[in-house]
Design a binder for this molecule. Structure first.
Ligand code: AVJ
Length: 320
C-alpha cells in the first residue's frame, strides 16, 4: 500500500499525528485514528497481512477485478480517464489500467507528494502511452475539480474496502466529495466488504501468524519513535471482534495492567483491561450500501460478488 511513505518524516504529518494522539488518548474511551497505522513499517505489515490465508479481502477483490475488467466496456464504452483517490502502488490499479484499451489518462490522488510522484514515475515507465496526471490532495476533504473536458468519460476507482474504515457519516461525506470532484458523467468502481460471517471475519483480523497484532501495535511503536512516547507494546494486547449491531469489525489495543504512559511530559493512565480503539472496518449489507450510495448521488449499476469464501463486492455506480 503506502510503502516508502515516511522515508523522510514529514513535519506537518508528524504534528497532525501528535495532535490526534493527544486528543485520542484524552477521550473516554480512548482511541487513535487508523490512518496512523501506515508508516513504512505499518505499510509493510499490511502488505504481509494481505498475503495471509485468513485475510481474504485483497485476494478476493483481486480475483473479482481480474474477471470484471473485460466487462467494464459494456457499461463504459469510452472510458478515457481513471481517477484513484488514495492511490497506492497497488497491483489492482495495474490490472485496471492494462485492461482498458481506450484509456488515455490516469489521475492518482494522494496526500503524500513524495510518494505520489515516485509512483507516477514508475507508472509512466510502465505505461508510456498513458498520460499520468497526479494530484496532491487529501481525499477525505473536498477535492479540487478535475481539469477534464466535460465529455471525457471517467471512472473513479476506490478499491480495498477503504470506505469501511470511515464512520457511515464520514463515508457519506466522502462519496459526496468524490461525486463533486468527478462531476456529472462519472462512474465509480468501489470495493465494499459485505461479509457478515463472524468466523470468517474473526479469522481475517486475528491471523495465526500474528501479523495483524503487530500491525495494530505498530501505532504504539510509531508514537514512541515519532512522538517520544514510552509505550511498552508488550503490555498491550491486540483484540479484534465483530460488533454485530454496528456491522463493523473493531480493533483495539487492551492494556494488560494498570500503567502510565508518557508522551513528552504528559502522562496518560491506563487501567488493566482498558482499551484504545484503533480501527473500525464496516461491513455494509448490499441493500444498505445501495441506499447509502444513492443518498450521495450515485445510482447502482452492477455488483460483482464472491460467492466462494466471503461476501466481498465490487460495485459499479453511476453519478446522478
Ligand atoms: C486497508 C482498510 C481494507 O479494514 O481490512 C487489515 C485494514 N485492518 N487488517 C481492513 C486492516 C486490519 C484494511 N483496509
Amino acid at each position: 500500500m503506502n510503502i516508502g511513505r515516511d522515508k523522510h518524516i514529514n513535519l506537518e504529518i508528524q504534528s497532525a499525528f501528535a495532535t490526534d494522539t493527544f486528543h485520542g488518548l484524552s477521550q473516554i474511551p480512548k482511541s487513535l485514528p487508523c490512518k496512523w497505522f501506515y508508516d513504512e513499517n505499518g505499510s509493510r505489515l499490511f502488505e504481509a497481512i494481505t498475503k495471509t490465508p485468513e485475510y481474504y479481502l485483497t485476494r478476493v477483490e483481486t480475483m473479482l477485478l481480474l474477471d470484471l475488467v473485460s466487462e467494464l466496456i459494456e457499461f463504459i464504452p469510452h472510458m478515457a480517464a481513471v481517477i484513484e483517490p488514495g492511490s497506492g502502488s497497488s497491483i489492482k490499479t495495474r490490472i485496471l489500467l492494462e485492461s482498458q484499451p481506450k484509456l488515455q489518462r490516469y489521475v492518482p490522488i494522494d496526500i503524500s507528494e513524495e510518494f505520489l510522484f515516485e509512483a507516477a514515475r514508475q507508472l509512466r515507465h510502465d505505461f508510456p502511452a498513458l498520460k499520468i496526471a497526479p494530484l496532491v490532495a487529501d481525499f477525505t476533504a473536498p477535492m479540487p475539480a478535475l481539469t477534464l473536458d466535460a465529455e471525457v468519460e471517467r471512472m473513479v476507482f476506490f478499491p480495498g474496502s477503504t470506505i469501511g474504515n470511515f464512520t457511515p457519516e464520514e463515508a457519506k461525506q466522502l462519496l459526496r466529495n468524490i461525486h463533486t470532484m468527478a462531476g456529472k458523467h462519472a462512474w465509480l468502481l468501489i470495493g465494499v466488504d459485505m461479509t457478515q460471517d463472524e468466523d470468517i471475519l474473526l479469522a481475517a483480523y486475528n491471523d495465526v501468524a500474528g501479523l495483524t497484532a503487530q500491525f495494530n501495535k505498530n501505532i504504539l511503536v510509531r508514537a514512541n519513535r515519532e512522538l517520544g512516547a514510552d509505550f511498552d507494546p508488550t503490555y498491550f494486547s491486540h483484540r479484534a471482534y465483530f460488533n454485530k449491531r454496528e456491522r463493523r469489525v473493531e480493533m483495539h489495543l487492551v492494556s494488560e495492567k494498570n500503567q502510565e504512559v508518557k508522551i513528552h511530559r504528559q502522562a496518560f493512565y491506563f487501567e488493566q483491561g482498558e482499551s484504545i480503539h484503533t480501527e473500525n472496518c464496516y461491513k455494509y449489507s448490499r441493500v444498505d450500501f445501495e441506499l447509502f450510495a444513492h443518498e450521495c448521488g450515485w445510482r447502482f449499476e452492477h455488483v460483482w460478488t464472491d460467492q466462494q469464501e466471503s461476501n466481498f463486492g465490487i460495485f459499479l455506480l453511476k453519478s446522478m
